[in-house]
Design a protein around this ligand. Structure first.
Ligand code: NIG
Ligand code: FE
Length: 430
């Protein structure tokens, strides 16, 4: 195990020592890490001599790293992606540019169903390689935790393939992967006209996949072109019976009151939320459910109805931001671009946007005790950025100021040319 004192950082811890939110950059900051954990974070001159002496345990390897005055934030967390799938939906993109709606394409058998066909046809190796290539883009921009949903298989076998691929990505690359079971994403073609039977199958498969250790959370698409409130509730009940947390694609295209249902099940998050009403907001606030806003999908679908940001803020609902990477509504591979879009499209402040991809994203994955802030006891996942201020992370478009990425206390090996190009960063052997 090695102990590192990272000095000369300008720290955006995203919280004070007690864990309360803080929009403040701490000058002359330092982080003391031991193994994969932060032991201490603060201004270097405040580092207690005893803590420093303790950390210099002769049994551990000690080093000091100068971060050169970089802005240091927690590693970015993308809490909503559909990274594993086959094929592309560029043709559908063209159709939509000509005015055909997302719903109409789905009802005609395209949309999610088109990706399901391409995914089922893809080999395991090809699914892995395609997703790994996408993941590389995330890693270059400072992502240290990513959620990956299933939902393009829609058979037990194919949902398992997607979840296993996600797990493998997490084992191979220097990133934490959290998996979400989303078989209730669209009706499998084998069950046409029998949505309730399909939901029975979805619940059965869940037990098997959970027993294989493939599922960290359970999600559904509650929508006119997805599943009803009652069907969604059956999926939630199956998750609850297994002790698994739930989340929901809710109020994306219409108000189905899915958020209030999800809140009743203590959901980690409700995601999209353009059509969320006050009742849903209050239910989420009472349940501590995170609102995950997805500006990429809002933009790509040319949605005009904004999520109720002011009301969410007023109710104290934590707001997270994610890419929602998927081939249909958000073919986005830049988490940093989402910070920009969250500010420009949804009027979040740059600090709110960054909190949305760190602290609140951690909460949306149930990881708030260990991830998303720079504080003692939390994971030593952080990024050194070559910028002066947090606002610059959200301001620039197409610029990657990421200088160094530390994952579990170890610097990710930069690819040739630095973090902005190159191959997937592999885990270092300890
Ligand atoms: O989050 N809304 C449902 N699921 C995805 C889109 C999936 C697709 O079109 O392939 C979303 O936007
Ligand atoms: Fe999604």
């Amino acid at each position: 195990m090695s102990t590192t004192l990272w000095v000369n950082a300008r720290l955006a811890c995203m919280a004070d020592a007690a864990g309360s939110a803080q929009d403040r950059v701490l000058e002359r900051g330092a982080l003391l890490t031991r193994g994969d954990r932060i032991v201490w974070a603060g201004a270097l001159e405040a580092l207690p001599a005893a803590v420093r002496a303790d950390a210099r345990d002769p049994a551990t390897h000690w080093q000091e790293v100068d971060l050169g005055g970089a802005l240091v934030t927690p590693g970015l967390i993308d809490c909503h992606t559909h990274l594993v799938y086959g094929g592309s939906r560029a043709r559908e993109f063209e159709q939509r540019l000509q005015g055909v709606s997302y719903e109409a394409i789905a009802l005609a058998g395209g949309g999610i169903r088109a990706t399901v066909n391409a995914t089922r046809a893809a080999s395991d190796a090809s699914l892995y390689e395609q997703a790994a290539a996408r993941l590389r883009a995330y890693l270059r921009e400072g992502v240290t935790t990513v959620e990956i949903k299933s939902g393009y298989g829609l058979t037990e076998h194919d949902e398992a393939r997607l979840l296993r691929t996600a797990r493998r990505l997490g084992q191979d690359a220097a990133v934490d992967v959290r998996t979400t079971y989303l078989a209730a994403h669209a009706l499998a073609p084998e069950y046409a006209g029998r949505a309730d039977d399909y939901i029975d199958a979805v619940c059965r498969w869940l037990s098997t996949l959970h027993a294989e250790g493939l599922v960290d959370a359970v999600d559904a698409f509650c929508e006119t072109i997805g599943f009803t409130l009652a069907q969604t509730e059956r999926v939630f009940a199956a998750a609850r019976a297994l002790g698994l947390p739930v989340k929901l694609h809710a109020e994306q295209l219409s108000n189905q009151h899915g958020s209030a249902l999800a809140a009743r099940y203590g959901a980690l998050s409700c995601d999209h939320l353009e059509y969320l009403d006050q009742g849903g907001i209050e239910a989420m606030a009472a349940a501590g459910t995170v609102a995950v806003l997805l500006p990429g999908a809002y933009y790509f679908l040319r949605e005009t109805r904004l999520p109720p940001v002011a009301a969410l803020r007023a109710a104290g609902v934590p707001i997270a931001i994610a890419t929602d990477h998927n081939p249909g509504t958000s073919p986005v591979l830049s988490p940093l671009l989402m910070l920009n879009m969250a500010c420009v499209l949804f009027r979040l402040t740059p600090w709110e946007a960054l909190r949305g991809m760190t602290t609140h994203a951690a909460r949306a994955l149930g990881l708030q005790a260990t991830h998303g802030i720079l504080a003692a006891g939390h994971r030593a996942d952080f990024v050194a950025w070559g910028v002066d201020d947090v606002s610059e992370l959200a301001y620039a478009i197409g610029r990657n100021p990421c200088q160094r990425i530390v994952y579990r206390g170890t610097e990710r090996v930069p690819a040739p040319g630095g973090h902005t190009t190159g191959a997937v960063a592999r885990r270092e052997t300890p």
